[in-house]
Design a protein around this ligand. Structure first.
Ligand SMILES: Nc1ncnc2c1ncn2[C@@H]1O[C@H](COP(=O)(O)OP(=O)(O)OP(=O)(O)O)[C@@H](O)[C@H]1O
Ligand SMILES: [Mg+2]
Length: 274
């Protein structure tokens, strides 16, 4: 059965989608795990990273299946149709359930029990994968509850900048609230990953102080902080545009690639896939 991991931070723009994309690629390509990525954000950035902006647009224009269909169609009839192979010509298992803007409308439809349907959908297809990784939206909603309910672990990407720690107490409150109502489910924070950070010797005073406040909060809650960090590199945005993970992108500094590999190894250990 697949391990389900959600990438969550109530703060936006911290690298949830970038890390979901690169970790999914790493696990499928380098570890030969069978990976499914779920785009649970109406912005649909992850879908565009994996499919490419043009192909994604064509998909939406041709009324291709997305995660929205899961919530409106009997699961068994839609399960096979909304999963897309994004491994291209490589001999790996890397699939995605794409998102679309209309997902936001489900949030205001009380008849649509997203938080019940997503875990049911994942249980129906779980045995085909080793890892299911869910990219969440930055705001708390019923989608966050659906992600909690589907997951064994939460990973929290953090960008060391002004207000970096702002989302963490919100996450702690939301997770505690959820866990107190769902005592039979095992759900834990597997760790905080610093992303988009300068190498230690080039860190600005602001980066240093925001890292410190994030670490203090993590210690208070008993959350692990990954030892390795994902460095800032213009090749992350470029790789996302070109559908390429960082380790397959040419011109990237070796330290950036090596550090990403170390983070990915730490990720696998944190979610007990190693
Ligand atoms: N390590 C990095 N180095 C350089 N740029 C990065 C890095 N990580 C992410 N970025 C860039 O930062 C921006 C935000 O990243 P991303 O979309 O992954 O964040 P997010 O948390 O998913 O945002 P949202 O909350 O809107 O969903 C993107 O333009 C991305 O390419
Ligand atoms: Mg995102």
């Amino acid at each position: 059965m697949a391990t389900v991991v959600s990438m969550i931070n109530m703060k936006g723009g911290v690298g949830k989608t970038t890390l979901t994309f690169n970790l999914a690629w790493y696990c499928a390509w380098k570890m030969r795990l069978r990976v499914l990525a779920i785009d649970l954000d109406p912005q649909a950035n992850l879908s565009q990273y994996f499919m490419g902006a043009e192909r994604y647009l064509g998909h939406i224009q041709n009324k291709g299946y997305t995660v929205v269909d899961i919530f409106h169609t009997p699961i068994l009839s839609v399960a096979g149709k909304c999963i897309y192979d994004v491994s291209y010509c490589y001999n790996i298992t890397l699939d995605i359930v794409a998102s679309r803007l209309e997902l936001a409308w489900n949030l205001i439809d009380p008849k649509c029990k997203i938080e019940e349907i997503l875990p049911q959908f994942l249980s129906a297809i779980n045995h085909h994968y080793d890892l299911i990784i869910i990219d969440c939206a930055p705001t708390e909603s019923i989608l966050t509850i659906a992600a909690y309910k589907s997951s064994r672990y939460v990973i929290v990407p953090v960008k060391p900048e002004f207000l970096a720690a702002i989302g963490l107490p919100l996450l702690a409150k939301s997770l505690n609230n959820y866990c107190s109502k769902n005592k039979n489910q095992k759900l834990e924070i597997a760790g905080i990953i610093f992303n988009d950070q300068n190498k230690d010797m080039y860190m600005s005073p602001e980066e240093i102080s925001s890292c410190r406040s994030v670490r203090n909060i993590a210690e208070n809650y008993g959350w692990k902080v990954f030892e390795n960090k994902v460095y800032t590199s213009r090749f992350f945005p470029r790789g996302s545009r070109e559908r390429q993970p960082i380790f397959n992108t040419s011109g990237v500094y070796t330290t950036v690639k090596d550090n990403f590999d170390k983070v990915a190894e730490e990720f696998l250990k944190a979610v007990k896939l190693r």
